[in-house]
Design a binder for this molecule. Sequence first.
Ligand SMILES: C[S@@+](CC[C@H](N)C(=O)[O-])C[C@H]1O[C@@H](n2cnc3c(N)ncnc32)[C@H](O)[C@@H]1O
Length: 258
Amino acid sequence: MGVEADQELNPRTKPAVIGAAPQGAADAESAARAVRDMFTAIAPRYDLLNHLLSFNVDRLWWRKTARSFSDILARPEARVLDLCCGTGDMTFALRREGSETPTILGTDFSHAMLQRASAKSAGTSLRWVEADALHLPFPDAHFELVTSAFGFRNLADYDAGLREILRVLRPEGECGILDFGEPGGVVGKLYRIYFRHVLPKVGTLISGVKGPYAYLPASVERFPDPSEMLRRMHRTGFREVSWTPYTFGIAGLYRGKK
Ligand SMILES: C[S@@+](CC[C@H](N)C(=O)[O-])C[C@H]1O[C@@H](n2cnc3c(N)ncnc32)[C@H](O)[C@@H]1O
């Protein structure tokens, strides 16, 4: 059961935020730089840690997200953009779900992450473009589908990110944002212990980099909750907005149509 588009959205339960703010970042520019440096630093161990720390459930979430857009992905003329693609696992899930025909592009602003995506995609038709999600090098109304998995939360300005997605989408085009949530109840309590205390320690140990794995739970806590996020999507101009929780709401898919 998800939160539906046009239903009355709950009042905000978290203070409004502009975007991600890693520790020490004074403005949007320094926040974006800190995020890029963080992902560049953990790029060599990113895939290993992703699968390990999520107990491989991440694969299921990418697949489910790709499946939700199977109708678009089946269209031979479809143009698809996967934003903040990192090492490309969401992009690969889109490729697997779609026929061989649609153009699928992955973009990220970390060169090191894209290098790994590129190495993993040898022999496929996937293409990778180094770009900032807030300033995409694509014309207006270009894509049938724009996705982002676990990347949107890291943008320095969420509303600007939504506006940029809307800009590059064709009329009737769809957007799918997969990101972490904060489950409630007993699952939520257990999950928070794991996410705040275990994950940062294991992440730091294996990546050898201090910071990114402490930033992760902090960024999820800071991220707008589903009703606030849907309100922002609606306000930006998306219609039929919805949120579908995955795995007790540990993650969830935001959808909207242009
Ligand atoms: C947590 S990773 C997610 C990668 C991949 N989508 C996945 O599901 O594994 C977040 C990615 O977002 C990228 N990112 C964050 N802010 C960005 C921005 N403003 N423009 C482009 N990429 C950005 C980072 O470089 C990083 O590779």
